[in-house]
Design a protein around this ligand. Structure first.
Ligand SMILES: [Zn+2]
Length: 311
């Protein structure tokens, strides 16, 4: 991706430990030694807990690229961070490559904001962007503790995306999803959960899941939420200013990422076989299909996974 001409978002709350003066509710917390293989092992442990644990675990973590189930009213003692997001804290960067990654996050987030603001405006609506919390180690959210083991997620409770800097490293090494556009896809997917939230899709789906208890399985509501987010990410990739920034191989990177974080792939890595009943994100093939649908559809209506018979 060539990002020179793309606006950097300032809707970033940088809670990385290198940064000063970023106090407030979240807090940086201790830096956890969860890099490389250790981190992946930790992710797998959490995934197994998510897949085989009780419903509460599923609701709280929703695993990689998930969407948290917490709301402000459920969060009990959680104190929301009242300080406004200030953008990337350059002093928090510990290396040149970390600075580049952080800058890419700001650019991709900026691109999603410009695109969805225009898209909403065309439909007579106003888009209120999400704040992205960039952290290392761990930090707190109304949806529970965010750490490198939970993977990136969107929390409806405070309308923030939680992104651990080391996740991209894990993607690169452990999940085999390489490249800057693969990272962009992850951010666009989380932003899509925010879209689902502000358009009322997510609250409705969460209510339905609570009533029906249908939050697992290959055609569950949970999978439909995830595949729709992939579709919205595809829509953004095709029509935003990122589309002009794409270079040969970028699409393959995104599809590689969509494929690498499919439930079947993650489960096979973790336990050697896939169990469709515990799918909450869709298979690798389904994620690629819906990302492509978004890319080709040109409209949010083309991303209606809830009325689709075949996912
Ligand atoms: Zn997701």
């Amino acid at each position: 991706m060539r990002l020179d001409d793309i606006r950097r978002s300032s809707n970033i709350e940088d809670r990385r430990s290198g940064g000063g003066g970023l106090g407030g509710g979240g807090g940086g917390g201790p830096r956890m030694p969860l890099r490389g293989r250790g981190g992946i092992a930790m992710i797998m442990v959490v995934l197994l807990l998510v897949f085989f644990g009780g419903g509460d675990t599923v609701g709280t973590l929703m695993s990689i690229l998930g969407v948290g189930s917490g709301t402000s009213s459920q969060s009990g003692g959680f104190q929301a961070d009242a300080s406004p997001p200030k953008g990337i804290d350059q002093q928090a960067n510990t290396s040149r490559s970390e600075a580049e990654t952080a800058d890419r996050v700001a650019a991709v987030l900026g691109s999603t904001e410009d695109f969805w603001t225009a898209h909403f405006a065309r439909n007579g609506a106003t888009y209120t962007p999400a704040t992205l919390v960039l952290f290392d180690g761990q930090t707190s959210s109304p949806c529970g503790t965010a750490s490198s083991s939970t993977g990136p997620f969107y929390c409806p409770g405070d309308k923030k995306i939680y992104l651990d800097m080391s996740f991209f490293e894990e993607m690169d090494r452990g999940l085999g999803a390489k490249g800057d556009f693969a990272q962009a896809y992850v951010i666009a997917h989380e932003v899509a959960h925010h879209l689902q939230d502000v358009t009322g899709i997510l609250p409705k789906a969460n209510r339905a899941m609570r009533q029906q208890g249908q939050n697992k399985g290959a055609d569950s509501i949970a999978v439909r939420i995830e595949l729709q987010a992939d579709c919205y990410a595809g829509l953004w990739a095709a029509q935003s200013n990122i589309a002009q920034a794409l270079e040969p191989g970028d699409m393959e990177e995104a599809l590689g990422a969509a494929s690498a974080v499919g439930d079947d792939r993650l489960q096979k890595r973790a336990q050697g076989f896939a169990v469709p009943d515990s799918f909450t994100h869709g298979t690798s093939a389904q994620r690629m299909v819906w990302f492509k649908k978004g890319f080709e559809s040109g409209d949010m209506r083309g991303c209606d996974t809830f009325s689709a018979r075949d996912l």
